[in-house]
Design a protein around this ligand. Sequence first.
Ligand SMILES: [Fe+2]
Length: 408
Amino acid sequence: MQDGVCILIKFVQDVNPNKINMAYYFRLGDIPPKRHIQFRQPDGSLYKEELVSSKGFSGIYSNLYHIHNPNNVKSIGESSAYNWEPAQAYGLKQTHLKTSGVTTTGKDYLSARKILMMNHDVMMGICSPEQRKMDYFFKNADGDELIYVHDGEGVMYSQFGKLKVRKGDYIVIPRTTIYRFDWIEEGPLRLLVIESKGPIETVKRYRNELGQLLEHSPYCERDIRPPGELVTEDEKGEYLVQIKKGGMLHPYTYGHSPMDIVGWDGYLYPYAFSIYDFEPITGRIHQPPPVHQTFQAWGFVICSFVPRLFDYHPLAIPAPYNHSNIDSDEVLYYAEGEFMSRKGIDRGSFTMHVGGLPHGPHPGTVEKSIGAKSTEEYAVMLDTFKPLFVTSQGLEYVDENYPMSWKE
Ligand SMILES: [Fe+2]
């Protein structure tokens, strides 16, 4: 079996070395024929190999080949706090955070990051920086990131290469990836930012034992977009990498560009997946949120609600039913379209429905939904398995009327 897999990988590599849709193995640039052997630069010196591995040496990993020593630190600046706190005495309330009118949330990528909800597993917030081009690199050593591009178009430059991103993309960034974004100047820029303690992964029940996405998965490897082109910079100088670790930012200056990679291969790399490539699963009667699941992580899941045909039982009710999730909190971020079960919700709204209270469609919306054939909505859902808290920063966006909005 192993030999068969290797032969197939070899065959695909021969056809196009950069386009391997087998499981998640991927490679870009030049790499030596084996790991950990001599691999020399044109001047005869060795390239510097870096193994980026997860779960000790037991998880997914990639091997990167640097021109320069990745430990060549020139100076270390003063660390500063970069964390958020749950709001005190918020109470038990269904919550609507109105962020639709927000145009910018801060000057640059890091100062514009506003975390609105959090627990020990996950943080979720918004980011609309004024500066579209980052003049530093960022490395999040605290967790994996999932950035949903609500509005905007740009390029993510990382050691793994250049990844073009656009509206509707989920960008999965494994922890410690050194990266920066260049967003186009025109039009709005709205990012939904999620930081996860655990790795952000494709959904286990949609994978076979070798990791390939199965036939019933709502997306497959062809929809996953790894970096498309390696950017190799040999320049020396001063390169700032802001490293987030332990809820602090640590400014590290290196003596060369961190983008000095000539090649890499492995399973660990950033990639994009567009919500527009998510194929919805529908049924005769209302399908529960797990059919919309897109990613899994420790303590939470991410689901995508996309345009789809409504339920087709002759007595179907397209609107959802009231429900009590006794052990999870549910956040919906409304991206596009009309949300038939909600009133007063705009593009860019968050709703957080908490365990301990039932929730459901607003009065009148259930009857109104009967007979509807399809929906054009897009929404991103975060369901946590531990209580989620509104942060002090999130209070700024609270719609005070929402908890009473089901009143007949
Ligand atoms: Fe719900």
